[in-house]
Design a protein around this ligand. Structure first.
Ligand code: TNX
Length: 490
């Protein structure tokens, strides 16, 4: 990549073009196709152009032959031919035009994001795009971020901001951890008591909250505009104190559990022997699936310290079947690897301490594996010992730790083809505001995004640390808090 260009994640192929590039001022043409999704992207680009000082653009539906044009064109042959047409794109900038071509609208969006990341200002303040050619496509299909909205709640606006950052770094899966011991955050039609009684609590007396079905729809719609699929997680059969608090029929005594606002894990559990349990699982998973247009529903399955393997398998099995019956693909934490899951199910690896052999066996039986290693991708870990917030159980994660790893080399014996992708996770036991959240995400989320997008042979820490430095201007412009890692010359 040319020294002056700071695209993150690094594209598959970049070549500098001839000449100074394309000056972008008011009246620049914006040529987009007629489909609603193309028009929506055009509106996004027009707003962006105003926000970053280019000024009003001239939206065109036909090429009038002018110079000074940004063109977004659907083209089935565009981008690297061996890559998935859903995400690949090309971008060519010369002194007349910036042309993004892609087989699908998500690729057009990625081309726009890449173009945006290359923009510079000349000494007079004119915005320009350097001349270049990019051919780009991701290494992994699943490039995710998991956000824990259960320990502390984050309203829709905060999640939209997080999704804007995700889109800017070409992440395409938002996994929402919607339920845990401390609170239940999604209103599901069959069980109104869950939010009535268990949404008002959060860690250490924080206010709590939940998404109505309309708000959840808003999240899903915003996600779609950024090429993001939403994966809801209803965590069972452990991490269920909020459910036990809402519905006493789920506890052996029949009495509702006390609300819990601490940050211990592993103490709560469903009981396979209770008649109410099966109905509960069927109801909540059927509802979560029905509310979700994407293909996946996550059933949790992590850290159930008080359950015998047979009862654990029975409970995961009920949730699994409800998700399958609703037409969705099951996602589960790696602990579920010992339970028979439908081929194509996704197991999410996080903890090197347990179950690697079971994971390899499940993959051999047709499961896919999503990589969220705690020591690399858990962005709730402290940057260093002095950092005021975050946990430390998986160690400290400085920027280079989040960058320097390969998802296919983590689990001995696991075939590369079984790895569906990479997901960062941010747990919120110690994070209460969106500023605290983004300070954990930035810059590390951009490192994980490059791990997920860029082929191993095409990325390096030295190149990344130079490129990421330029991104502070963007974070400052949109007003998000970030952490000035001492590993980068900002
Ligand atoms: C482990 S990762 C958990 C979460 C905690 C997190 C804190 C996983 C499947 N379970 O319940 O919030 O560590 O880092």
């Amino acid at each position: 990549m040319p020294e002056s260009v700071s695209i993150v994640p690094a594209p598959r192929y970049v070549e500098p073009g001839d000449g100074p590039g394309l000056g972008l001022g008011a009246g620049v043409g914006l040529l987009v196709g007629p489909h609603p999704a193309e028009i929506a992207l055009g509106v996004y680009v027009a707003r962006l152009a105003e926000r970053i000082g280019i000024g009003p653009v001239d939206m065109l539906s036909a090429d009038d032959g002018r110079d000074h044009l940004i063109e977004l064109r659907l083209d089935p042959a565009a981008g690297p031919v061996d890559a998935d047409p859903a995400e690949r794109y090309s971008l060519v900038v010369d002194h007349r035009r910036a042309v993004v071509r892609a087989p699908a609208v998500t690729g057009l969006y990625y081309g726009v994001v890449t173009l945006r990341q290359t923009l510079c200002s000349d000494p007079s303040g004119l915005v320009y795009a350097p001349a270049l050619r990019v051919e780009d496509a991701p290494r992994f299909a699943w490039r995710g971020l998991s956000v824990d909205v259960a320990r502390h709640f984050y309203p829709v606006e905060d999640i939209e901001l997080v999704m804007s950052l995700m889109g800017y770094y070409k992440l395409n899966v938002l996994h929402l951890h919607l339920t845990d011991d401390q609170g239940w955050r999604l209103d599901v039609a069959s069980r109104p008591g869950l939010v009535e009684r268990s949404a008002g609590s959060a860690v250490h007396g924080a206010p709590g909250g939940y998404y109505t079905s309309d708000e959840y729809r808003r999240i899903v719609a915003f996600a779609a505009s950024r090429g993001i699929t939403v994966v809801p997680e209803i965590d069972v059969p452990g991490h269920v104190n909020a459910a036990l608090h809402a519905y006493g029929e789920l506890t052996p005594s029949g009495e509702p559990a006390e609300a819990y606002t601490g940050i211990e894990v592993g103490f709560s559990r469903l009981s396979a022997g209770l008649p109410a349990t099966r109905r509960f699982l069927q109801d909540v998973f059927t509802d979560a699936a029905a509310m979700t247009p994407g293909p996946y529903v996550h059933l949790g399955g992590d850290e159930v310290l008080g359950l015998e393997p047979d009862e654990y398998a029975a409970l995961v099995g009920i949730a699994h079947d409800a998700v399958r019956d609703a037409g969705k693909v099951v996602v589960a934490w790696q602990e579920a690897a010992g339970v028979p899951l439908a081929p194509g199910s996704v197991l999410q690896y996080w903890d090197p301490r347990t179950g690697q052999a079971e994971l390899v066996a499940a993959a051999a039986a047709g499961c896919r594996v999503l990589m969220s290693p705690g020591s690399r991708a858990y962005l709730d870990m402290k940057y260093d010992a002095a950092y005021p917030r975050g946990l430390e159980w998986a160690g400290h994660i400085e920027l280079r730790d989040a960058y320097d790893w390969d998802p296919t080399l983590l689990v001995p014996g696991l075939r590369t083809e079984s790895v569906i992708g990479v997901e960062a996770a941010i747990w919120t036991e110690t994070l209460t505001t969106v500023d605290e959240l983004t300070e954990m995400l930035l810059p590390r989320l951009t490192a994980v995004a490059e791990v997920a997008w860029t082929a191993a042979g095409r990325r390096s820490w030295d190149s990344y640390r130079r490129r990421v430095a330029a991104h502070r201007d963007y974070w400052d412009l949109i007003g998000v808090r970030w952490y000035p890692s001492p590993q980068v010359d900002w």
